[in-house]
Ligand binder design. Structure first.
Ligand code: NZQ
Ligand code: ZN
Length: 389
């Protein structure tokens, strides 16, 4: 563990089949007015909405609702929530849904009392310190992958400027508590489930493929990758397998609650490309990541060869016997590609809604970080996009 770190995570996790009952002890900790934030129809059709409303009523809360939060939540939707918070003086924002709903709730919470500047410019573009009151957020998670339930991430799409920007807020904006019942994910479509698992895997790989160290964090990442792979295979055969769905759920939380980034430099270039891809196509986040990852890793592996060899052997079980490092590393990336095919993950940008004309715009607007094994040029980003078109 070569790099110094301080670790603090303020989110209480209530995990398991009976975790919704924990609302009864959590709700009294907050004021009278709760804003329920949710998506389009998932929580109404699976009955969760009624259960949550019953708990809020039993706790004597006044309920304000923001519904219709879409995947890749937009700035204008977030600002609708901001208006409601200001009008009703909301004491707690309760997000019920996937990462998009939780991200939108966090965005509302920090933007509600940001009155000195446009909140998107201040917090998502300039990453200024949070200098205003923040409304507490909590979540009930129904779709797995982002890790938003236990981190400060909030990814918001500004429609007019076609910018999908992620901000990692400090612990003040983390959910105060998150309820994780794997059974709520049983109704998630296969498409969204595999997209979410690839998102988890991508978070792990973004943190893994940087530096040459061999710290404990890398061992943790390898285990979480193996668990994600094994349990997705089980869940694809039987989506109602509680053990598999619960492992998938907890893997996602651990993959981005900052534990797997401790004492490491981190890459995140795949996410930067996907964000702009998402801004133009509105594709499912995990699918966009999968498409970009394969050509990206084939471009950069030479610059982090030993780590790619380790990934191939430790995560995918590639045999090293009689092979060069180069061959082993490439077999690891081939194994990742084979897994995407096996699970029906979409890796063609055309299928994800991109047009050829979009590619240069996506490339030009992609943020280049330079924390991985190779700092990309805009031209290389374009090549990557063309390769997975
Ligand atoms: O709109 P509804 O009806 O709710 O349907 C949703 C949505 O269509 C559906 N769904 C959710 N729970 C369901 C369900 N359908 C049936 N049964 C259920 N129980 O799933 C669809 C996708 O939901 P969404 O929340 O968009 O998915 P996800 O959790 O993958 O979130 C993606 C967003 O999170 C951002 C992404 O960029 C994207 O905007 N990210 C957030 C991060 C963070 N906060 O740290 C990090 C990630 O890297 C990521 O960038
Ligand atoms: Zn992600």
């Amino acid at each position: 563990m070569q790099l110094d770190f301080s670790y603090y995570n303020p989110t209480t996790i209530h995990f398991g089949k009976d975790s919704l009952a924990k609302l009864d002890s959590e709700l009294p900790k907050f004021g009278d007015t709760v804003m329920l934030v949710y998506g389009r129809n998932a929580i109404k059709s699976n009955g969760l909405y009624d259960k949550v409303i019953a708990s809020l009523n039993a706790a004597g809360k006044k309920v304000v609702e923001l519904s219709g939060v879409m995947p890749n939540p937009t700035y204008s939707k977030m600002m609708e929530g901001v208006e409601l918070v200001r009008e009703h003086k909301v004491d707690l924002i309760l997000a019920v849904g996937g990462g998009s709903v939780v991200d939108c709730a966090k965005g509302i919470s920090v933007a509600a009392y940001c009155t000195d500047q446009d909140p998107f410019q201040k917090y998502w573009i300039e990453w200024q310190d949070v200098s205003n009151e923040v409304v507490p957020v909590a979540s009930i998670l129904t779709m797995v992958g982002t890790g938003s339930e236990m981190n400060g991430g909030s990814v918001i799409t500004h429609e007019e400027s076609k910018t999908k920007a992620g901000r990692v807020f400090p612990p003040i904006a983390y959910p105060k508590f998150s309820i994780l019942n794997p059974e709520y994910t049983f109704t998630v479509s296969e498409y969204q489930m595999v997209s979410g698992v690839f998102d988890t895997m991508s978070h792990l790989m973004e943190q893994y493929f940087s530096d040459q160290g061999a710290n404990t964090t890398d061992y943790v990442i390898e285990s979480l990758l193996k668990s994600s792979i094994d349990n997705l295979r089980v869940a694809l055969k039987n989506p109602q397998d509680y053990e598999a769905r619960s492992n998938i759920m907890w893997n996602a939380t651990l993959a981005l609650n900052t534990v797997t980034g401790l004492s490491k430099t981190q890459d995140w270039q795949v996410h930067m490309i996907e964000h702009q891809l998402g801004a133009y196509t509105d594709c499912a986040h995990g699918m966009g990541l999968a498409a970009v990852s394969l050509p990206y890793y084939r471009l950069i592996y030479k610059f982090g060869l030993d780590k790619f060899v380790r990934y191939a052997t430790q995560v995918w079980g590639v045999s090293a016997e009689g092979k060069t490092k180069e061959q082993i590393a490439l077999e690891g990336i081939d194994a990742l590609e084979a897994f995407t095919k096996e699970c029906g993950i979409v890796t063609s940008l055309e299928e994800l809604g991109a047009t050829k004309e979009m590619l240069p715009k996506i490339a030009e607007s992609t943020v280049i970080l330079g924390n991985g094994y190779k700092k990309l040029t805009t031209e290389e980003v374009l090549n990557i996009l063309e390769e997975c078109y």
